[in-house]
Design a protein around this ligand. Sequence first.
Ligand SMILES: [Zn+2]
Length: 259
Amino acid sequence: MKYFSLWITMLLLGSVVTTVRAAEAVTPEAGVLLTFDDAHISEWVAALPLLQKYGAHATFFVTRFDTLSAERRAGLKTIEAAGHEIGCHGLRHIKAAVHTESKGVEDYLAVEITPALAAMAEAEFTPTSFAYPSSNNNDVTDAALLKSFRHLRTGTGVKEGHRLAQMDVLFTPVAQVADRGLLVGKGIDRIGYPGKEDQLVQLFEAMERAAAKGEILTLYAHGIAETGKHHHIKPETLEKVLAHGKKLGLRFYRFDDMP
Ligand SMILES: [Zn+2]
């Protein structure tokens, strides 16, 4: 009887430990971290039905939050209510590494991060991820920001002579995403435009790699528009990306979905 109750106790403890572990780090399935930067809020709101059509979630990294009108802040609430994430992109779009190298990381946090988070908190946004303006980061800024954010995003181009799918840095094996604070993304603005058709082909190849190898691919754009001087992706191109992901069984995640 004594051994039986001990056995039951161990069995129960075992299942509790397993449950806690599972809740701590749910390994995601292969997918895409689709992100949009700056403050193209009306364009983002207009694209919500398109994202919804494919069951896609995205992260919208907002800068200069303190200057946004009530109407634009309401747009961000609409985006959040549709299941997307509002992340932080700094108060003044300052280049983190450049600023830190000349004035120190404490000054950078004081002028760019703390007030951005305060302005967002006042409007009841609590960002858990941060995207570097101009993909300008270094080890010092990464270490400092990972005290306030679970994940950071920077960016890189494709190396000369390489194809996108060969850029290992853009792909995070799903089992490693919990341990990788900094994720490196590829810009997809103006992809598919004349002269950039092959970039769309390369993006599809990269998505195929992520699906085949069980990886997370990180991407970023800015506006979502037919035309304009600002960096943007056309809605029909975005739909091609979403449709290709769906065909491959890739999930489109928010940063917040990452462990
Ligand atoms: Zn930006």
